[in-house]
Design a protein around this ligand. Structure first.
Ligand code: ADP
Ligand code: MG
Length: 256
């Protein structure tokens, strides 16, 4: 099922809105009622407002939901993921993730390290390090000891089918293998929110299959894992709970 993103869909209608004063203040944040992602009136522009990269009325993603996002090139998909990852700040509007307003994060770095896992379109692996070390560095500063980090990185690489390749640098891996290292790295700190930007773009059919099996296993083990994935892959979209199609910014109605 495809649902346009610019207009409020059934999930994002008024009935689902959590009033600000209803938000629980307890440490648990009332996970049962607060959605994983809640976006309102979000826009992002660049070049002093000359380029509108994203204009999104609303988006709600439930805890444990797997949403896949499609849309034409340039419609703002990557921009949206960057905002959800607190890698960038909105020009206007709000983004809440697990009930936290991302504008008020005490430490965006800590948020990225502990709450989200990100698989970028370009994998950003460090060429001087081995596959295992690329996964290990995601766990720096988390309190895990060196041996534990190493062991976990090895296990994650095994999970994505890269036992043999663990000691190779990215330059000696295929595109698909590099993408799987990036996926292992994104999962290193057991994120509650997994953001992925066309993660299967460079994978062959076998690797896509393996990736989807891994994702399915993760979601079984961790029912609250929320996944927001930009993808044009029909195989991936078919296993998502919901497919959202974004429109290009120029096509969306201009407010006012
Ligand atoms: P998508 O991922 O859907 O292809 P993007 O989110 O990457 O689209 O970009 C949306 C639009 O914003 C594009 O027109 C792009 O050129 C523009 N854009 C993205 N990032 C920047 C930036 N840092 N500076 C200027 N324009 C940008
Ligand atoms: Mg993109």
């Amino acid at each position: 099922m495809s649902e346009p993103l610019q207009s409020p869909g059934p999930r994002s209608g008024g009935g689902q809105t959590v009033e600000r004063d209803q938000l629980p203040t307890l440490p648990h944040r009332g996970r049962a009622t607060v959605p994983a992602v809640s976006v309102r009136g979000l826009s992002k522009s660049f070049d002093r407002g000359r380029v509108t990269a994203l204009d999104l009325e609303s988006l709600t993603v439930d805890l444990g939901e797997f949403v896949s996002i499609t849309g034409p090139s340039g419609c703002g998909k990557s921009t949206l993921l960057h905002l959800l990852a607190a890698l960038d700040r909105p020009s206007s509007g709000s983004v809440q993730v697990f009930g936290q307003d991302l504008r008020r994060l005490p430490s965006p770095t800590r948020y990225r390290r502990t709450e989200v896992g990100i698989v970028f379109q370009l994998q950003n692996l460090i060429p001087q390090l081995t596959a295992r070390e690329n996964v290990e560095i995601a766990m720096f500063g988390t309190g895990l000891r060196r041996g534990e980090r190493r062991e976990r990185a090895t296990q994650l690489l095994a999970d994505v089918g890269l036992v043999e390749q663990a000691d190779r640098p990215p330059t000696r891996l295929s595109g698909g293998e590099r993408q799987r290292v990036a996926i292992a790295r994104a999962l290193a700190n057991s994120p509650r929110l997994l953001l992925a930007d066309e993660p299967t773009g460079s994978l062959d059919a076998d690797s896509i299959e393996r990736f989807l099996a891994l994702l399915e296993r993760l979601r079984r083990q961790q029912p609250e894992l929320t996944v927001v994935m930009v993808t044009h892959d029909e195989q991936v979209a078919a296993v998502a709970d919901r497919v959202i199609s974004m429109q290009s910014v120029a096509d969306s109605p201009t407010p006012g």
